[in-house]
Design a protein around this ligand. Sequence first.
Ligand code: PMT
Length: 406
Amino acid sequence: MTNLTGKQIVLGVTGGIAAYKAAELTRLLRNAGASVRVAMTRAATAFVSPLTFQALSGNPVHTELLDTEEESAMGHISLARWADLVLIAPATADFIARLRIGLGDDLLSTVCLATRASIAVAPAMNQAMWDNPATQENVRCLSDRGVRILGPAEGDQACGEVGLGRLLEPQRICDELESFFGDGALAGLSVLISAGPTREPIDPVRYISNRSSGKMGYALAEAAARAGAKVSLVTGPTALKAPRVNEVSWVESAAEMYRCIMSKVPSADIYIGAAAVADYSPETAADRKIKKDQLEMVLTLRKTQDILSAVSALPKRPFTVGFAAETDDLENYARQKLVAKSLDMVAANWVGRDEGGFENDDNALFVCWNGGDTYLPLASKKTIAEQLIHLIAERYHAQNSAKDSR
Ligand code: PMT
């Protein structure tokens, strides 16, 4: 079994000399357990025969948008729906530009327009074409929309030049897709995650906030999606690019976050509270900018609603995971929080030490649950998120199989 086992991949081949490498890629993807359907642009068929891909994929190859026979068998909409992932490899500069502006004038571009699956693009072109500002802008735009860009690699090119623009080696593309798909530990489950800070307004220009960057919560959202979950992320203001998950809701204050989470939690199987929600908020926010004409100023703060406690107190509650950010006595506070808020799990991190926490790219966690605990030592937030998601999946499934056997 690999993370690609059972995955349905539409492999889009466009017209460049690297098209021959897509044949090896097809073989590798199938060996890894994926089902592959190949869609070729007309130009690609001038480089490699569709028959090659038919033999290697074990499926008919799709080339024409308006081929009625093909349409009735599996047309562009069915292909788009069938795919767990649309992978374009190699992707020419021309195809990347067409993908960016949303053209639908051939089979492959239409599949890309019609699919709700993730799209990955492995560019291959002459190094000057890759370097061209138009191509760079197109790639940036696709990446901002959540298209995964794989490569290109650097080296000798078919045209005799040397530079960036070679198709990534097929094995490397396969490895990237393996980590993209994760292992399905949360397949079929809905996960609701909060991330980032909140902003509590003082007046129209000032607010109280904290140092959360959103990195931990966003990494968890992506890891949960890679583990097969349907992910809804509720985030306070951050400077990060929205992660590629099913739904992202932006909120500002603790009160907005509370309302948003409580409206979404009924459909969640798992809730992870990674946001640094303000504990206190100004009792009133001035509707005009407060002038600095007084020597002293007193702000009255009022406790915000505790979202985590509200979620865990629901009669039909999801598996509820809280975070704890502590400057001392980490383990004790984490265990206390587990009981006091009747949570299923607490992930506690240090703040104010060289062990990750706020803003850092790295983190370390002490994780506890009823009947166990573990340390996740300092690593990138991506790695820590993957480890925590797997712990959550393990505990979630253990708890549910115990319920089922009662
Ligand atoms: O965003 P980064 O820069 O990557 O940093 C990550 C992080 C340090 C913010 C994250 O790992 C983390 O620890 N998040 C929780 C921070 C926090 O607010 O800790 P706390 O101990 O104050 O709160 C405990 C829990 O109660 C948290 O799950 C929090 O989401 C929740 N809470 C708190 C207050 C409130 N009104 N409602 C809540 O739900």
